[in-house]
Design a protein around this ligand. Structure first.
Ligand code: IPE
Ligand code: IPE
Ligand code: MG
Length: 248
């Protein structure tokens, strides 16, 4: 059977997670929403470890969407501060564990200090070749498609790309994460069943897994369940089940 079709023991090469439910977790405890975001950092640590141990190549985490700017100013400010603190605190551990960090999204939307810290963190782990950890911040799937289109338009204008050359393969080269495998498994925690403008292009053939567990409580066991469910899926990519089973 070809590797791209899932067998019972298949490990996804690329897992993406919409880490949702922080605010509700805090609210059920009578705490301010930001306590949920703080508590969510522990889950990030745990899931990064599980992915490393399981030999997953790439993990992409949705940390802040382009739409999240519309939240109350105080929550946005606290999220930015938390982002800064986590980058500072976790960087050495990531580096020691051979994790390569990349931030995807419109980084120009952040203040200068945060932009600098992001670049420094990426540079420090650039030589790591273990788990590829992508953190989506000020990210939107539509933004990603628009930025790819813009890059291609510039090349067309400069005469380096013809309109006829613009097809799916060319477009794919300009999307973020172009150098990484497409998403095999998309997990959303927190009970909602929607994509919320996450990796629209990259998830075209992802298996979807929705968990009712709120992100601060999403742990190794919850991740194991998602991975085991993925292992049981038959990925057909448009073929019939018989074609996949018989490798026709
Ligand atoms: C996800 O948790 C984290 C971010 C969007 C930053 P939420 O903050 O959306 O939590 P809920 O969905 O309100 O519970
Ligand atoms: C998606 O969660 C964004 C992140 C997890 C960072 P949201 O909580 O913002 O999504 P909606 O608003 O419920 O669709
Ligand atoms: Mg939410």
């Amino acid at each position: 059977m070809s590797d791209s079709f899932t067998s019972a023991t298949a490990v996804p090469r690329h897992v993406a997670i919409i880490m949702d439910g922080n605010g509700r977790w805090a609210e059920t405890k009578g705490q301010p929403r930001v306590m949920g975001h703080r508590a969510g950092v522990k889950s990030v640590r745990e899931i990064v470890r599980v992915c490393r141990e399981r030999g997953i190549e790439a993990l992409t985490l949705f940390a802040f969407s382009s739409e999240n700017w519309s939240r109350p100013e105080r929550e946005v400010q606290l999220l930015m501060r938390l982002f800064m603190a986590v980058l500072r605190r976790e960087l050495n551990d990531l580096h020691e564990n051979n994790v390569r960090l990349r931030i995807i999204g419109d980084i120009s939307g952040f203040d200068d200090k945060l932009q600098q810290r992001i670049r420094a963190a990426e540079a420090k782990t650039a030589g790591c070749d273990g788990l590829q950890l992508n953190v989506a911040a000020n990210y939107g799937g539509r933004w990603d498609i628009a930025q790819a289109s813009q890059q291609m338009a510039v090349l067309v204008q400069q005469g380096e790309l013809s309109v006829e050359q613009i097809d799916e393969q060319t477009m794919a080269r300009f999307m973020t994460l172009a150098d990484q495998p497409e998403v095999d498994l998309l997990i959303r925690t927190g009970g909602e069943k929607r994509i919320s403008n996450f990796l629209l292009w990259q998830c075209a053939y992802a298996e979807l897994f929705f968990s009712s567990v709120l992100w601060p409580e999403f742990d190794e066991a919850a991740m194991a369940e998602a991975l085991s469910c993925f292992g049981g899926r038959q990925r057909r990519f448009g073929l019939t089940g018989a074609q996949v089973t018989n490798n026709l």
